[in-house]
Design a protein around this ligand. Structure first.
Ligand code: FES
Ligand code: FES
Length: 140
């Protein structure tokens, strides 16, 4: 299939059948929550991770109020980070997502939301872990 067709299929698949939509309990100490907005368009993405005692992302949920590419990017991100360490998840670039979904340049900021959201969720989880004085696996 042509690149255009692949773009259509991958984005449409994640858009019409988004994975891991929902919420985790943001008060749970094992949960990190990231809420970010795109200044360009006002779209908003919430992404939450649950971290197990080995420091691996064991669950992940999202809710996105935004365009199809933002929904597809967050759906893709939830599948991508499950089972990863926080360092691995935090290293994922929006350009990786854009490439996987073949997003056009005008939609790059939509995938940026997903990168911002996972980083924000990781920061939130780490600050909670520090608050309770606990240690967590992996480097900061
Ligand atoms: Fe319309 Fe993002 S600008 S949904
Ligand atoms: Fe703004 Fe997609 S158009 S997030």
């Amino acid at each position: 299939p042509s690149t255009a067709r692949l773009y259509h299929e991958r984005v449409m698949d994640h858009y019409s059948n988004p994975r891991n939509v929902g919420s985790l309990n943001k008060n749970d100490m094992d949960v990190g929550t990231g809420v970010v907005g795109a200044p360009a368009c006002g779209d908003v993405m919430k992404l939450q991770i649950m971290v197990d005692d080995k420091g691996l992302i064991s669950d992940v949920k999202f809710k996105t109020f935004g365009c199809g590419s933002a929904i597809a990017s967050s759906s893709f991100m939830t599948e991508r980070v499950r089972g990863l360490t926080l360092d691995e998840a935090g290293a994922i670039k929006n350009t990786d997502i854009a490439r996987e979904l073949s997003l056009p340049p005008v939609k790059l900021h939509c995938s940026m939301l997903a990168e911002d959201a996972i980083r924000s969720a990781i920061r939130n989880y780490k600050s909670k872990a520090q608050e309770r004085g606990g240690s967590f696996t992996g480097s900061i």
